[in-house]
Design a protein. Structure first.
Lengths: 503, 423
């Protein structure tokens, strides 16, 4: 019997006339595609089209092509479904994958267009005029209380300061990605960039490595169901604390970091034995209801001297009601992770079929919080496939305070979205703990690329604001009047709170 | 449509059926000027004599006449303060009626709740260019003391409820202004024509505001002209609030409903929210609506920077972004405010105790023969004129919910339906 019925997804073609026979491809490939016998010999079945070898080949002689084997056409049985069945018939297991949902669901961002000023109000040139992106993350009071300051002016009434807010230079943060799922060099790149940019990175659930302490004022420390690396010291180091209830790529599912990824450093940071699997339970075992969440929120506030505490949830059907409950439970921000959000490892069936789109979730949550008069009590962070500054601007116009980027940040560091994070063999040295791979990311290089990316998006957001004729991002936030829908049905427009183009 | 919550608080026999015996033409519901947002530009003026000395309305008309090109004849108006010295404590209702039936119905409301001390047609004269005027009447009213007492409301609340009742449930009737010792004179036409039509030059006031409208689309409705008023405050506005979308959603959170679709309405409610409900001093309300830039805040002394930072963090969604110049008039004076990077014109002048603002300097020069000082107010820096010895703050003891305020001003029924007491 054949070893497998599944044919390789890609063809690795080497132009041997050009090939230097240097063996660089053999060395670069983390998946073990190449062997070397006088010249590199590829094994197509291992290739994930991550382009590491292509990028580093000095002769530019490697081409990766789709393996275009014809299968009897049947739209009801796309190739990936047939392959899944063959694979499961071989293994009997749950199929794992990495990164975000790759199914062709509608992107509502791509059906929303932004406004611009013409004649009746002027657009503003961001190259000549101030264009403000400063954003506050956290709970705001209903009103500002003032008293006379004794010299004819006014000052804040004592105790009415906007406390416990984190000030961000731009409405963007890095998504939680744990040390363990990504390498320490990735964490260093993110935290260095966050500090330079005046924004935040997020530890994810894997604790805070000591090397990141110098950047702790730009770090959100996460508390997830596994409680890895959570100590009073850890809670006090971060700028904010985040309770992770769910993740867009795997709502209702816990986490599983295989023992191979738990080396000495990861084991120390997570406070678990080296080589043991790190299992995060599906629910927090001390949160079985909203009142339990409230207790945990306030426990964390007490333990940290009342730092802002946010709650991250996957966007599911009742997201508006859930978010409202979270705000009423005392959270300073709600982190909404849409169903296209990435993951280091998740069952493919969960990733691709559970949850709702982030655009819809932002609209529903923002409106619900306004209806209940509590929108000012918490910020909204929106994540789950924010792919460009346009997505960011549209998310903000729908009602998000801040967007979070994970996949885009990894792409800045070299990721090609090959979806092999869960294997621990990332050729780009991102989602791996193998020292020969992780050293491929120089934190200084990584920080510069991340800084460039966020600067570029910030400039683009400023251009958008200028075209809209406003000079501060708070004037776009929740301003759905500046959005129009193209090609969306009436009900969807209603849910998004957006008029169709032409109205 | 029911008014149960309202009627409970203000017991009244159900108004007569409004559907029968309609007057000439279709009776408009003065509740919504347009279902879409109205764009436009404008010219404006405001003048205040801080000594309380009175000035003829002719000054206001002249100031607007030289700014004629800033409008297109689809709206002009004035408001004067101190114009009714013989009725200083009465609420002066300036009314617009589509027909006699609307007048009868509105008067039935007045008779029910108020002592009407004088009811008369608004003095007008025929002016070329002004046509299609509604019936214009004015009433000097004092709340019926028994009704007021049994209503358990302040007099201001009582008046606003009445305005709300008329604007929302009497088809074809609209309250143009309802303050004490003040009045709005507005309509469709150029301001100089509207001013002469209402014989504004015959009135004397310590504070005048004026407006010339250039809407890019409008049904040309008399009630839609500026000033926009409630009780004794009035707003004239030149601008386009580019942040309208979030400003109106922010206000909704506090119970206001922005149903007129005009920027002026948003500005008016924001002033109401900040001054009356959140009790911010006028100077700080202006700073919240036209916030200083972060680069300025970062250079401020610590105490001031902390205050400005809080104002921006809390009132960011209410910040008026985009080009505007605005004048808010009230019985204690006026305040003029520009947007945060001065995208619309506003010039100011002082001559003795007179403070004047206008869109164009020509207006200042037309009215003030020898100004001590003419200056261009900086972006976001309010020009404040306070009449000596007059009450401060702006309006009295209002305890209405936001939705009641919006309903009173716009007459939109649905605001009353969802009246939640958010105070």
């Amino acid at each position: 019997m054949p070893h497998t019925l599944i044919q390789p997804e890609y063809r690795v073609e080497i132009d041997y006339d050009k090939c230097h026979k240097c063996g660089r491809c053999v060395q670069q490939c983390g998946w073990g595609v190449y062997s070397f016998n006088e010249r590199p010999i590829p094994d197509d079945s291992k290739c994930r089209a991550c382009h590491r070898c292509v990028t580093y080949c000095p002769a530019h002689c490697i081409t990766i092509k789709k393996n275009d084997l014809a299968l009897k056409e049947n739209p009801n049985w796309p190739t990936d479904l047939r392959k899944a069945i063959w694979r499961q018939a071989e293994t009997g297991g749950v199929m794992l994958t990495g990164m975000g949902n790759d199914k062709p669901y509608t992107s509502y961002f791509d059906h929303l267009v932004l406004d611009a000023c013409q004649v009746t109000n002027p657009s503003i040139d961001p190259l000549r005029e101030p264009m403000e992106l400063r954003t506050f993350l956290g709970r705001k009071p209903d009103s500002v209380q003032v008293e006379a300051n004794g010299t004819g002016g006014f000052k804040l009434k004592e105790g009415s300061e906007v406390s416990n807010n984190v000030e961000l230079a731009a409405p963007i943060v890095f998504s939680p990605m744990s040390y363990g799922s990504v390498s320490l060099n990735v964490h260093k790149s993110l935290s260095m960039a966050a500090q330079r940019l005046g924004i935040l990175m997020n530890t994810g659930e894997g604790g805070l490595h000591a090397d990141l302490y110098p950047y702790q004022d730009n770090v959100i420390v996460q508390v997830a169901s596994g409680r890895f690396g959570v100590t009073p010291e850890y809670l006090n180091r971060g700028a904010a604390i985040e309770i992770k209830v769910g993740q867009g790529a795997k709502p209702g599912i816990g986490g599983h970091l295989p023992g191979e990824k738990i080396n000495k450093e990861v084991s120390q940071t997570r406070m678990i034995p080296q080589g043991s699997d790190a299992i995060s339970p599906a629910p927090h075992h001390d949160i079985y209801s909203i009142e339990d969440l409230r207790q945990l929120i306030y426990s964390l506030k007490e333990a940290s001297g009342y730092k802002p505490v946010g709650v991250k949830i996957a966007t599911v059907h009742n997201v508006a009601a859930i978010a409202s409950g979270i705000v009423r439970a005392g959270a300073d921000y709600v982190y909404l992770d849409g169903f296209k959000g990435g993951t280091g490892a998740a069952p493919q069936i969960i990733r691709d079929h559970i949850g709702i789109p982030i655009e819809i979730a932002i609209a529903a949550v923002d409106q619900r919080l306004r209806d209940e008069g509590i929108r000012n009590q918490a910020s909204i962070i929106a994540a789950g496939s924010i792919r460009s500054s346009a997505d960011m601007a549209k998310a903000i116009a729908l009602g998000a305070d801040v967007v979070a980027i994970g996949s885009a940040a990894l792409m800045a560091l070299g990721c090609h979205l090959c979806q092999g994070c869960h294997t621990g063999c990332c050729s780009w040295g991102l989602t791996t703990q193998k020292p020969e791979l992780t050293r491929r990311v120089d934190p200084e290089w990584g920080a510069e690329r991340l800084t460039n990316l966020v600067h570029a998006w910030s400039h683009e957001l400023q251009e958008i604001l200028g075209a809209l004729g406003v000079n501060a991002v708070e004037s776009l936030r929740g301003s759905r009047e500046r959005l129009r829908a193209v090609g969306l049905d009436e009900q969807t427009c209603k849910i998004l709170g957006v008029k169709p183009a032409g109205m | 449509m029911t008014f149960e919550p309202l009627l409970e608080r203000m017991p009244v026999d159900r108004l007569p059926s409004l559907s029968d015996e309609a007057g000439v033409g279709e009776r408009p519901r003065y509740r919504e000027e347009a279902s879409f947002k109205i764009h436009g530009g404008c010219g404006l003026m405001g003048i205040c004599d801080e000594s309380g000395a009175l000035m003829s309305g002719e000054d206001a008309i002249r100031a607007m006449a030289v700014q004629r090109d800033r409008g297109n004849g689809l709206g002009g108006g004035f408001a004067g303060y101190g114009i009714y010295p013989e009725f200083p404590d009465h609420y002066a209702f300036h009314m617009m009626f589509h027909d006699l039936k609307a007048k009868e119905e509105a008067e039935a409301v007045f008779d029910q709740y108020f002592v009407v001390d004088l009811a008369e047609p608004m003095p007008t004269r025929p002016v070329k260019g002004i046509s299609d005027a509604p019936l214009l009447w004015r009433y000097f009213l004092a709340p019926d003391p028994h009704k007021l007492e049994s209503s358990d409301m302040s007099a201001e609340d009582f008046v606003v409820h009445t305005v709300m009742l008329i604007n929302s449930s009497v088809d074809g009737a609209f309250v143009a202004s309802s303050g004490k010792n003040m009045g709005a004179f507005k309509g469709v036409g150029f301001p100089s024509e509207i001013g002469h039509y209402y014989m504004v030059e015959e009135y004397e006031a310590h504070t005048w505001v004026g407006h010339n409208r250039f809407p890019t689309n409008t049904p040309g409705w008399w009630g839609g002209a500026h000033p926009f008023t409630l009780l004794d405050w009035s707003i004239v506005h030149n601008g386009e609030i580019s942040s309208y979308g979030i400003n109106s959603r922010y206000l909704e959170q506090f119970g206001y409903k922005c149903s007129l679709g005009t920027d002026t309405e948003v500005a008016a409610y924001l002033f109401d929210l900040l001054l009356r409900r959140h009790k911010l001093p006028l100077e700080l309300a202006c700073k919240a609506l036209a916030s200083p830039l972060w680069s300025e805040i970062d250079r401020m002394p610590e105490e001031e920077a902390a205050l400005m930072k809080s104002l921006r963090a809390v009132y960011g969604p209410g910040m008026l972004n985009g080009p505007f110049a605005i004048v808010l008039g009230f019985n204690g004076g006026m305040v003029a405010l520009n947007d945060r990077i001065k995208l619309r014109p506003l010039v100011a002048a002082r001559q003795g105790t007179k403070v004047m603002v206008a869109s164009e300097e020509s207006a200042l020069r037309e009215v003030l023969d020898a100004p001590d000082k003419v200056w261009m107010p900086k972006a976001g820096e309010p020009v404040i004129a306070r009449v000596k010895g007059m009450d401060w703050p702006i309006h009295g003891d209002l305890h209405l919910s936001a939705s009641e305020v919006s309903c009173a001003v716009t007459g939109a029924e649905d605001t009353c339906d969802t009246a939640e007491v958010n105070n």
